[in-house]
Design a protein around this ligand. Structure first.
Ligand code: FES
Length: 176
């Protein structure tokens, strides 16, 4: 949600009505609550375990608002892939434009290596896109999230190895 805050702030400063929904695993991980409150006309704070705000994920208030017939000009979703996928599922029946921010691993950042490739479904066609040069913001209704999540697991072993290597380095004692 740290990335969403400047967007909310700017829109709020421009006079837009901003409804923010922010979610965390628990109260110890909550950040920027006051800042979001100041940048929003309405704030829904969710925690998975209910230790702060309302219990549940960000989809719950979205669903409630859509079912109540609330209208929005745009939905902006930033966060883990699985959250963005299901937020888009909630948004889809409303037809409201929905922007998602994709953050796959990027290597060269020039559209050459293919590391950040995404598949978009547009007008019945599959379109290859690159988050580094075509994004990172995309129309959430077009993104193939399952494919993106699948690709996200490709480097998991390397990531784990790298993480463990770092941890072990920190565990080493230094002799004077
Ligand atoms: Fe290499 Fe995007 S980072 S194509």
């Amino acid at each position: 949600c740290a990335i969403a805050l400047p967007v909310a702030k700017k829109l709020h400063d421009l006079g837009c009505k901003v409804t923010s929904v922010i979610g965390f695993r628990n109260k110890d991980l909550v950040i920027l609550e006051d800042e979001f409150r100041a940048a929003s006309d309405e704030l829904h704070l969710m925690t998975d375990d209910g230790s702060h705000g309302e219990q549940g994920n960000v989809c719950a208030p979205m669903r409630r608002m859509f079912e109540a017939g609330r209208k929005f000009d745009k939905i902006i979703v930033i966060g883990p892939l699985i959250m963005m996928k299901f937020a888009v599922v909630e948004a889809r029946p409303t037809g409201i434009p929905c922007v998602v921010s994709m953050n796959p691993i990027m290597i060269d950042g020039t559209g050459m290596c293919g590391g950040c490739r995404l598949i978009l479904n547009r007008d019945g066609k599959k379109i290859t896109s690159f988050a580094c040069v075509d994004g990172p913001d995309f129309d959430g209704h077009e993104v193939d999230f399952d494919e993106a999540m699948d690709r996200g697991t490709m480097y998991r072993d390397f990531e784990r190895h790298s993480y463990e290597e770092t941890c072990n380095l920190l565990n080493k004692s230094v002799e004077a």
